[in-house]
Unconditional design. Structure first.
Length: 149
């Protein structure tokens, strides 16, 4: 036969302590999540602005390369050749920098999406707990006895 081991019933103080620690950890998770979102958003904005700047720069360099190529076709002097090679080198360096920035931005953007989802969950839990506390802390209505005539 199996032994019937009975665990002692939980005490109300232990339950209250457990609930309060859970609420504190949820509140700290909300604060930490907000701080993390703010930090990641700032970095993400900087990288996005840098990418935008690089895209504009790349567009102008593509035009410059195109005009330099046309000038080389017209007259292949040393100066036009030099301008063409400079345009190609600048375009390559800007493209390389843009790729590097994109690879930095991608994991941050993914982390930001995950953080926002977690923050949304935590806020929803806090709202639900606040609603439940509001309901539980309502004063009890006094029931009046009917008078008999």
């Amino acid at each position: 036969m199996a032994k019937n081991s009975k665990k002692p019933a939980a005490r109300s103080a232990a339950i209250d302590k457990s609930i309060s620690s859970a609420l504190e950890s949820l509140a700290s998770a909300c604060v930490n999540g907000k701080n993390a979102i703010d930090a990641r958003t700032e970095v993400n904005k900087k990288l996005a602005a840098n990418l935008k700047r690089l895209r504009k720069k790349r567009a102008t360099l593509v035009k410059r390369k195109k005009t330099a190529a046309a000038k080389v076709k017209k007259s292949a002097s040393a100066e036009t050749q030099k301008n063409f090679k400079t345009a190609i080198n600048n375009l390559a360096s800007v493209t390389k920098e843009a790729v590097k920035t994109r690879t930095q931005k991608l994991p941050i953007a993914e982390e930001l999406v995950a953080l926002k989802a977690g923050q949304l969950k935590a806020v929803a839990y806090v709202k639900a707990i606040d609603a439940a506390n509001k309901q539980l802390n309502k004063p009890k209505k006094k029931i009046q006895k009917r008078r008999t005539k």
